[in-house]
Design a protein around this ligand. Sequence first.
Ligand code: NAD
Ligand code: TYD
Length: 352
Amino acid sequence: MQTILITGGAGFIGSHLTRLFVTKYPDYHIVNLDNLTYAGNLENLKDIESSSNYEFVKGDIADLDFLTTLFTKYNFTGVLHCAAESHVDRSITDPLAFVTTNVVGTVSLLQAAKEHWKGNMEGKMFYHISTDEVYGSLGAEGFFYENTSYDPRSPYSASKASSDHFVRAFHHTYHLPIKISNCSNNYGPFHFPEKLIPLCIHNIIHNKPLPIYGKGENVRDWLYVEDHVRAIDTIFHKGKVGETYNIGGHNEWTNIDLIKELCKQMDVKLARPAGTSAQLITFVKDRAGHDLRYAIDATKLETELGWTPSLQFEEGLSKTIDWYLSNNEWLANVTSGNYQKYYEGMYGGEES
Ligand code: NAD
Ligand code: TYD
């Protein structure tokens, strides 16, 4: 039996990835390592928490001694590294936290894996989950390709770019078997409501303003989170060692058009007169250094590994809204901070 370490499995993407691996691969033992920051929520994994091939460990990826002990205890054969500080706005307020988790944390994990696998790298895999934001900002034309030069412009993207460089450096220097994927913006269930889509869903439900930065003309390329984790599964099992794969769905929206579509769908689902939610749109001060446009070219992943996105955006958005509307308690717990008590209830507040 393979034992696989997923870091950040209590977060948005990590919880979908953990669920997919636990249910699809009963022969894998999955260990979810997460230190449950504000973004980590074990309620995201309620449906699989008692699976016999799943285990949760609370701990910090930046603690090398702890990681060394963990590798010795579990003898991991693979790592799927999702843990990160992930919100651009928070990186503008507190860049050092991003260096600690995204850079020091990633290098600590690489070091622990390298030392544990030294002399026997056969069949091992360190998979690093990254973002398209490392490539910088596009103008009206063009796409990000796997060989696009890095040009990060926010403390978040600079920390992720640095972590990508370290992953490649460990491959070239120590022959650590690695894979990297750089994905566009994700949306879907369990998304923390400080990011654009869940924040606006929450605010529409509560008749609160929808804050749109600047003129709402910035463009993001949105992918349903389950399509992202399916791509990670494909790359982990079929991708070439040492390679990078871009993941995206050719689905570009300006923020204002996206929020108008969201408002339209929410009016229908909440049985409010057409135009009600759009009245909540409020233009606010722009984000500092706000990247204009991201757009991924995922041809390599599609042609070499046969992955394609499964959902059109309107359908994915509709599924996402339905999930938030039928999971009021999750949303209330997250916005009130109550979800942080879940760990104490589940695990008695003990550190591993
Ligand atoms: P998230 O913020 O929802 O989750 C991050 C998780 O990591 C949380 O559970 C948190 O508790 C955990 N964590 C943070 N610091 C830790 C530490 N020091 N030790 C252990 N665990 C720690 O993030 P997400 O949106 O799920 O993103 C996951 C990964 O995917 C990140 O690496 C991010 O850069 C990348 N990514 C995200 C998107 C997106 O749209 N959200 C797009 C492309 C790539
Ligand atoms: P976000 O969800 O924070 O993702 P990222 O910054 O990683 O792309 O933001 C998506 C887009 O929405 C981005 O252009 C910033 C914008 N935005 C707003 O206009 N208002 C908001 O309240 C938030 C959180 C984001």
